[in-house]
Design a protein around this ligand. Structure first.
Ligand code: DMJ
Length: 663
């Protein structure tokens, strides 16, 4: 027996009667009556469904109206790219607040300051200072790229300034803005919002007017900028002697590298003009190979810090676009990135002669990629960069924390093992261990462990004293053989050691920092021009006729590098010993005397040991403006809150990035 079939399930439905028009009565009352009757005939479920749909449609309509209204407003004012951040504009995404007041002309009085926008006070329900917010205009194209690929033109000598370019600058004398971020991956936080464009770190008090030495730096910067602006505008590097330019990536390298320096030095007009170039001419849709490391530290780092200081979201959009174009470099069998990537085609590759990458290069992009993830909420940047850190942490082939110089992108193993240096190809590996630890709020202990171990490794294997003055220096080790050779690049180390001590690392690191600082100064001082050679050799044996520092003919050039003055800046910040400022002043005088080109710009020189014929090299590296002059300016400041070491960490190209969770 089969059970009786179940009753047919009840189906709710809406019946609609279509009028054929024969008895069409257009009277309102009849239509109202019949509508009402039909409504009453519906089941409760049917009515609820209709009401819900209606409510949903009304909500959608309202939201799209608000969205459209914003867009209309943006379109009807001035061109999108000219939009600058404005405070507290409803409906716009928050950007970080600028950390320093908008740049002023050198020597400007406080009355010349641009109008400061007061921050709306907000209620806060916890202890500590209030969280402050600023909202930025976000009205430009989503990917932030420019379609205009035309070759940029040189600016007119007295190019009119953009109109309506007032920055939304907030001045909070001494006020502190707490960061809202932490060291978690964005994915673990609110990944829900696609691009949170998180707020930056803190506001600081207004900088003091520049002192005499700082004005000397401003003068030097303006002289360098004059040459760049006149002969190399929008190109990578100035060739000051031939009054032309050279290209490396074709991305306005010097201009981008110098953005935050202009902001810090208070050069408003120059900053605005450069900002306009970034807005209108910077074009990443280019079939061009870039070096992952160099473009990360200079371009990505430069854009991110320009964003943090100015609060102008244009720079963040450009940074995100550029970061995306670098990502194909990580698509290798080992996840150790290739050295080069084409930002137009997305093809990445190692150098022609090898499938190796340089250890310093693959381990010195993390500060920038991590920060880009934090700001955009897109975790892939941070994940790709940190994968490299983890991999290298677990790799064998180190010597008491010291790493070889090369790593293979296929096998992921160190190559050319047994050679250890703190100079080229390894230097910033050590620097970024410490700085990532600081950036992340001193929680990532693996980074700290690797750093501390490496410093002990340096002491054990690479440290020696010269004769006759017993200068402490860092040499190199090749298959067990010590070489008393030290690149000028190694002069980043005293500063990094001092930075670590500032953040609570062992006091004996400071002894080493001070000893190495003296050595780096002597590398400059003992040369006829007062400028360091690219590489120095130290005399290990007592012989009356020999100095501590010796230079080989192939090594006696100076490329306007920053490392000595970078370390002087940290040493002065930590010790407040004015001799470091004096040493930096000596070096600035030497740059002015031997590398300054009268028509504008500064030039690398071929021979630091010949004060009569230093032989200009016809190239002004972008880091002279991005790093050397910036560190000199900061060195001469007596204000520890000017880019405080407790709030910022400088990338290896001197671009300040906020510490996520300061302690
Ligand atoms: C800069 O690009 C960076 O400082 C990098 O870490 C090393 N080389 C130059 C400056 O010398």
């Amino acid at each position: 027996m089969y059970p009786p079939p179940p009753p047919a399930p009840r189906q709710d439905f809406i019946s609609v009667t279509l009028s054929r028009g024969e008895s069409y009565d257009n009277s309102k009352s009849r239509r109202r009556r019949s509508c009402w009757r039909k409504w009453k005939q519906l089941s409760r479920l049917q009515r609820n469904v209709i009401l819900f749909l209606l409510a949903f449609l009304i909500l959608c309509g309202f939201l799209s109206y608000v969205h459209m209204a914003d867009q209309w407003k943006a379109l009807s004012s001035r061109p999108e790219e000219e939009q600058k951040m404005k405070p507290e504009v409803p409906g716009l995404k928050p950007a970080n607040p600028p950390v320093l007041p908008a740049p002023q002309k050198a020597g400007a009085t406080p009355e010349d300051s641009p109008k400061m926008w007061p921050q709306k006070s907000r209620k806060h329900f916890r202890r500590g200072p209030p969280r402050l917010h600023i909202k930025a205009s976000n009205s430009v194209s989503k990917d932030g790229t420019q379609d205009d690929a035309r070759e940029p033109e040189a600016p007119p000598r007295d190019a009119p300034q953009e109109e309506n370019t007032q920055h939304a600058v907030i001045s909070w004398r001494g006020a502190v803005i707490e960061p809202e971020q932490n060291t978690e991956l964005p994915s673990r936080r609110a990944e829900a919002s696609a691009k949170p464009y998180l707020q930056a770190a803190r506001m600081q008090k207004e900088p003091l007017p520049p002192n005499e030495r700082q004005r000397g730096v401003i003068e030097a910067f303006l002289h360098a900028w004059k040459g760049y602006r006149k002969f190399a505008w929008g190109h990578d590097e100035l060739k000051p002697v031939s009054r032309s330019f050279s290209e490396w990536f074709g991305l306005g390298l010097t201009l981008i590298d110098a953005l935050d320096t202009m902001w810090i030095l208070g050069l408003k007009q120059e900053f605005e003009e450069a900002r306009k170039w970034v807005s209108q001419k910077l074009n990443f849709k280019k079939n061009v190979d870039v070096n992952l490391f160099e473009s990360t530290i200079r371009i990505l780092g430069g854009l991110l810090s320009a964003y943090h200081l100015s609060g102008d979201s244009l720079f963040l959009r450009r940074a995100e676009d550029f970061g995306n174009r670098l990502m194909p470099a990580f698509a290798t069998p080992s996840k150790i990135p290739y050295s080069d990537v084409n930002i137009g085609t997305g093809e990445a590759h190692p150098p022609q002669w090898t499938s190796d990458s340089t250890v310093a290069e693959v381990t010195s992009i993390q500060l920038e990629f991590r920060e880009l993830s934090r700001l955009t909420g897109t975790k892939k940047f941070q994940e790709a960069a940190e994968e490299v850190t983890r991999h290298i942490h677990s790799l064998s082939g180190k010597k008491d924390g010291l790493v070889p110089m090369f790593i293979n992108t296929h096998s992921g193993l160190f190559t050319h093992p047994g050679v250890f240096t703190l100079g080229a190809r390894a230097d910033s590996y050590y620097e970024y261990l410490l700085k990532q630890w600081i950036q992340g709020g001193k929680k990532e202990t693996q980074l700290l462990d690797d750093y501390l171990k490496a410093i002990e490794g340096i002491k054990t294997h690479l440290l020696r004293h010269s004769q006759p003055r017993k200068l402490t220096f860092v040499g190199e080790l090749a298959h067990g053989r010590f070489s008393a050779k030290m690149d000028h690049l190694v002069c980043f180390l005293p500063g990094t050691l001092a930075l670590g001590v500032h953040h609570g690392l062992p006091a004996n690191h400071m002894d080493l920092a001070q000893a190495l600082m003296e050595t780096c100064y002597q590398m400059n001082r003992q040369m006829e021009t007062g400028l360091s050679p690219e590489i120095a050799h130290f005399n290990l044996y007592p012989r009356g006729d020999r100095q501590d520092v010796e230079v080989k003919p192939a090594d006696r050039h100076n490329l306007l590098r920053p490392e000595t003055v970078e370390s002087l800046f940290y040493l002065y910040r930590v010790t407040r010993d004015r001799k470091y400022q004096d040493w930096g002043w000596d070096i600035l005088q030497s740059f002015n005397k031997y590398t300054r080109v009268p028509s504008g710009g500064y030039s690398s020189i071929n021979n630091v040991q010949d004060s009569h014929r230093p032989e200009p090299r016809d190239k002004m590296e972008s880091f002279f403006l991005g790093e050397t002059l910036k560190y000199l300016y900061l060195l001469f400041s007596d204000d520890p809150d000017l880019l405080s070491l407790d709030s910022y960490v400088f990338n290896t190209e001197a671009h300040p990035l906020p510490i996520w969770a300061p302690t």
